[in-house]
Design a protein around this ligand. Structure first.
Ligand SMILES: C[S@@+](CC[C@H](N)C(=O)[O-])C[C@H]1O[C@@H](n2cnc3c(N)ncnc32)[C@H](O)[C@@H]1O
Length: 274
């Protein structure tokens, strides 16, 4: 494995933290394991030379590859099932009543990785609305910083074993077999999710209408406290009154967030009268 010198490591983690919020301090081994093969394959003799390329004038393509390599994209269908139960039992009945006139709901999967979270939500909506679904605009926005993982998400092809947590019958309803071991999300569900590249460090540009529900799960775990606080405050602004925020069950809410009310573990809500 190609070892990274201290100065290059400090330079790299400072850049990643400032620009993408991801805190890699103390994670030298992880950085080396994620980058060293790529560096060797591409003929860089050391990290100094590689970082010089990353930070040179024409750095965009290089930074995209760097971010693709350093992000942790682990995800699966029906991850943290309590959230999807809450979506079906509480959020969807509320939205169907509240939005019955315009027949539209705004949901965002922020830090969506390969799309399992957004697609699971789309399947829950389909189960809930059944024959009424075509009368609603239920498109889900799904964003991530990694261009590579978004292209996998868009393709919607997964190992068959990744859907083992889904209820009986969903495989035949929402997936098509691809050979023995793979499955592909059906067109109806794929069309219901719109994937975009977006860095959660940036101001939220999707302001056409406020969101009814934001998923941001297992993303902020990599951010430091001030980055998390600033992001949650931006989510607060982007939520409709009565809108929900789901965070990962291992992620606490930083102190000093006043715009959201605790509802259940990892579930927060913007008050209706705000
Ligand atoms: C572990 S995955 C979580 C996927 C899904 N939300 C879940 O809970 O299964 C974390 C994702 O956050 C993305 N991410 C990390 N930093 C980000 C940033 N600054 N902006 C947007 N996405 C980011 C990573 O690329 C990765 O795909």
């Amino acid at each position: 494995m190609l070892r990274i010198d201290d100065a290059s490591f400090e330079r790299l983690i400072e850049y990643i933290k400032t620009n993408f919020g991801i805190d890699l301090s103390g994670k030298k081994k992880l950085v080396e394991s994620r980058l060293s093969i790529m560096l060797a394959e591409r003929g860089f003799k050391d990290y100094k030379e590689y970082l010089a390329r990353c930070f040179s004038g024409d750095k965009n393509g290089e930074i995209v590859m760097l971010v693709n390599s350093l992000t942790t994209n682990h995800t699966f269908f029906m991850r943290e099932p309590e959230h999807f139960r809450f979506l079906s039992d509480t959020v969807l009945p509320y939205l169907v009543e509240k939005n019955s006139a315009k027949r539209c709901m705004r949901i965002w999967s922020a830090g969506c990785s390969s799309g399992a979270e957004a697609y699971t939500a789309a399947m829950c909506i389909s189960e809930y609305l059944r024959g009424e679904r075509h009368k609603w605009d239920t498109r889900i926005l799904a964003t991530d910083i990694s261009v590579k993982i978004l292209s996998e998400a868009q393709a919607g092809i997964y190992p068959r074993k990744s859907i083992q947590n889904l209820p009986d019958g969903w495989e035949s309803r929402y997936f098509l077999p691809i050979g023995q071991d793979k499955i592909k999300i059906c067109r109806e569900i794929r069309d219901n999710v719109i994937f975009r590249v977006f860095n959660l460090m940036d101001e939220i540009p999707f302001t056409k209408a406020p969101f009814d529900l934001i998923f941001c799960r297992n993303v902020m775990i990599y951010f430091d406290k001030s980055t998390r606080t600033a992001l949650i405050n931006r989510f607060c602004k982007a939520l409709a009154p009565g809108g929900y925020l789901f965070v990962g069950h291992s992620e606490g809410m930083p102190r000093g967030i006043t715009g959201l009310k605790y509802i259940a573990p990892a579930i927060y809500r913007k008050p209706l009268n705000s």
